[in-house]
Design a protein around this ligand. Structure first.
Ligand SMILES: NC(=O)c1ccc[n+]([C@@H]2O[C@H](COP(=O)([O-])OP(=O)(O)OC[C@H]3O[C@@H](n4cnc5c(N)ncnc54)[C@H](OP(=O)(O)O)[C@@H]3O)[C@@H](O)[C@H]2O)c1
Length: 303
């Protein structure tokens, strides 16, 4: 397939790109254009005539997001509208990548059809993005607890944060060097989630693109297990043969919270997605084994 992919230099996007090109032999058009420029987006899609679009780019600058809300709106909602409209005009499928943070994190185990109730600006912008996307016939793919190699950058781009992204890589990097790692534990941060492997998300997204009549649906890209930060840290030690005595557990630094609100339990239920797409629901142990394989071999894991 010929696939236009945005955000291919980013963490999730580079994993999608690798799945599309390495495993499926797709032609991936990943040229970076300004996703907020509607004319440029339309022109780009018109010129390349792809068979499908995956929109994964995001403004990942939280301070700027809060400081310039119009720009944030343009980068999230308008950019997604641009790609969903371009796909609809071209008559091709489109997947827009979203997040488990559209949910409030009160109950957890959220199904694809559960109604979002975001707790912060990021979640709100993603929920609004989902709405304009599905209304235009795009498929929304919520990724959660994303871990895996960053194929486009040699080092882990950031350390622990109030979410689950990069959590495993941060632990592995620290413990491999023999240094301690303090796992943050607090009711005020994202404390329970459903981990995924970024390449697994890419595979679910690729499957969604070729599944008939999926436009307007929401799929969940994650494994079968919901885990706490502590459980994921301990499972990481087991999967990567690392010394668990180097783990510490403490509250996050106050500066990390910065007066912002985070959803507590954003675990997802992906059973409908798995049944509909025929994609697997790996356990956390299987996901971590896949990550270890990818990290040590540079090859995609098969789950
Ligand atoms: N990472 C996670 O743990 C996680 C969890 C849940 C959901 N997600 C979702 O996954 C998606 C990707 O996130 P990520 O973590 O992979 O982000 P990332 O690593 O920060 O990558 C962001 C990508 O967007 C591109 N981009 C930024 N501004 C742009 C603009 N104005 N026009 C065009 N491209 C632009 C960046 O290109 P440059 O590098 O050239 O700026 C980069 O390729 C998002 O939808 C996010 O909500 C991620």
């Amino acid at each position: 397939m010929r696939i236009t992919l945005t955000g291919a230099s980013g963490f999730v996007g580079c994993n999608i790109a690798k799945v599309l090109s390495d495993r499926h032999g797709d032609d991936v058009f990943a040229e970076r254009i300004d996703m907020t420029d509607r004319d440029e987006v339309m022109k780009h899609v018109d010129e390349h005539r792809p068979d499908a679009i995956v929109h994964c780019a995001i403004l990942n600058d939280w301070d700027r997001m809060w400081a310039d809300r119009q720009y944030a709106w343009d980068c999230y909602v308008e950019a997604s509208r641009n790609y969903a409209d371009a796909a609809r005009e071209a008559g091709i499928p489109c997947v827009v990548v979203s997040t488990d943070w559209v949910f409030d994190g009160v109950d957890g185990n959220y199904a694809e059809t559960d109604i979002p109730n975001p707790t912060n600006l990021y979640g709100f912008l993603k929920a609004a993005t989902e709405l304009v996307s599905v209304e235009r016939g795009a498929t929304v793919a919520r990724v959660s607890g994303v871990n895996g190699p960053h194929w486009a950058r040699p080092a882990t781009p950031r350390a622990q944060d109030p979410g689950f992204g990069y959590f495993v890589a941060s632990i592995v990097d620290a413990l491999e060097q023999g240094t301690t790692f303090t796992v943050w534990e607090s009711d005020l941060i994202n404390s329970v989630a459903s981990p995924s492997l970024a390449s697994m998300c890419g595979e679910v997204i690729r499957t969604a693109l070729v599944t008939p009549d999926l436009g307007g649906a929401i799929v969940h890209c994650c494994g079968s297990d919901a885990v706490t930060r502590r459980e994921l840290a301990q499972a990481t030690c087991q999967a990567f043969d690392l010394d668990p005595s180097l783990l510490r557990f403490d509250a996050p630094p106050a500066a990390e919270l910065d007066g912002r609100r985070f959803p507590h339990n954003t675990s997802l239920n992906a059973e409908w997605t798995s049944r509909t797409l025929g994609t697997p629901l790996p356990t956390v142990a299987e996901l971590l084994e896949g990550f270890r394989h990818e990290r040590s071999t540079g090859e995609l894991a098969t789950l």
